[in-house]
Design a protein around this ligand. Sequence first.
Ligand SMILES: Cc1cc2nc3c(=O)[nH]c(=O)nc-3n(C[C@H](O)[C@H](O)[C@H](O)COP(=O)(O)OP(=O)(O)OC[C@H]3O[C@@H](n4cnc5c(N)ncnc54)[C@H](O)[C@@H]3O)c2cc1C
Length: 544
Amino acid sequence: MWNYEADIIVVGSGAAASSAALFAYEKGAEVIMVEKRARPGGTTEKSGGVFWIPNNSFLRESKIEDKKEDALRYMARLSYPTLYNPSDHHFGLNDHQYELLEAYYDNASPTIEKLHAMGALDATPWIAWDGQVFPDYYAHLPEDKVPRGRCLVPKDPQTGKGVARGFELIRQLREAINQREIPILLNHRAKKLILNCKGEIVGLEAIDSENHIVTLRAKKAVIFGSGGFTHSPEKRLNFLRGPVFGGCAVPANEGDFIDIATSVGAKLNNTANAWWAPVVLEEVLEHPSPPTDVFMVSGDSMIYVNKYGKRIVDEKAVYNEKTQAFFTWDPIKGEYPNLMVFMIYDQRTADIWGNYPPAAAYPIPTKDTPSPYLIYGNTPEDLARAIEERLNKIASATGNFHLDQSFSENLKRTIKVFNQYAEQGIDPEFHRGEQPIDLAYNGPAAPDHNLPNITMYPIASEGPYYAIIIAGGTLDTKGGPKINKKAQVLDHEDMPIPGLYGAGNCIAAPAAQAYWAGGGTIGPALTFGYIAADYAVQENIKEP
Ligand SMILES: Cc1cc2nc3c(=O)[nH]c(=O)nc-3n(C[C@H](O)[C@H](O)[C@H](O)COP(=O)(O)OP(=O)(O)OC[C@H]3O[C@@H](n4cnc5c(N)ncnc54)[C@H](O)[C@@H]3O)c2cc1C
């Protein structure tokens, strides 16, 4: 007895699932979508909506050649830095790793072009504040032969301009889904796969909002696009390589597919990695799925210091890369010295960025809007005392993390040295403001800025000083069942589990540890959604 029947059952409704549903329908399949939340769109809807597409049509129109070998070299270098071999024909990767990257390069642009032809997505290059096409995250590496132009965004139909807004991406995809009348069962949580006696996937069991079991027959296949496991504290602790405290994925992303797929024999991969991003610690402790993480940190008279009052990183570096500096382990003290970092800034930065529209300079609060997460003190000593008071309040959630007693003295020295760097425009320790991406994310110089490096300005010699507690987090995770180049989920013998596909953050990311550029998560989600649909519709009808 089945409650529903379709050729293809798609789980989720973010980028991966929407792409899979649209392409399966386009190829003539009957499709039903199953979504755990009351609202479709997933984390994709909350996102910036940027998708990274190598060799895209806009590059080709501009006669910029994004050769397969060059793009794969860049991807391989960042995805597998410990395997990378520039002179090997697969760059040191095994066949499986290489084929996934190759499948991405081959299918990414066709995915976007086909979505456009179907009237499901109108894309355009992402333009930064300075009028330049947005750079890749490692545009400064010699392996990046096309450092700008692979990041695309949806075009706003009202203005005809590109907008970095996940809401618009999902709006366009959903409009296309609705036009095709593809049904979506909201408030239905996929719980269990149903197999026939041959071990083929023939359906899905879901639980509705009233806790009733709903059975769906999938005549051909089930495609999962159900997001990562950011909101499973157990999986976070046991799978991820860095200590993180949460993140801005939608709360439904609890890694359900890991439990569902392993129970039918799927092999897991890439569980240690995530799309990392700093978070405002106290905010995620209070609201586990905040509206956003700390992407491009605002302020020029601003630094990040650790519990010893020392800088640890280029504060303007990309969120994904910077977060990994928080995971350093001190083998003598037996501690994570950067587990929490303190974003410190002065009244000038508070005033300038506090005048931005609400949330535009997040985490710096809008002027006159009190933020419960802001800490202040008139001197470095006052500030240290105030931070300590706050750390005491949250000690049970942080492994009793405290400042070292050297904090305020070191902070004074750190500020003095940083101020010299700001005057000279050069940060010899962390190279702040040297990379194209630092500038793209920094935004224009502050109105009173008259120094050589727009990302740095001396911190005032007098208080008040402000601090925000920052810690490691995720946009979402990217480990899970291993897939092949057809997006089929593999078992422990690396054989496809018949009728089971996955794309997006619920599977082991083809990108492995890399975040190649803005859009490095949604690009593969859309593309492997397309690949999954393409192969799933070709499956034979299976007898239950
Ligand atoms: C603020 C923010 C900005 C970001 N900006 C960008 C950006 O500009 N570019 C970029 O590439 N990435 C960005 N990201 C990351 C990006 O949003 C995600 O990596 C991407 O959207 C994941 O897509 P997905 O389809 O895999 O998952 P999701 O969009 O998270 O969709 C998963 C869906 O599955 C549903 N689900 C979960 N479990 C079940 C279940 N058991 N049964 C049924 N349904 C289930 C969820 O409710 C959800 O709707 C950003 C993230 C955030 C939070």
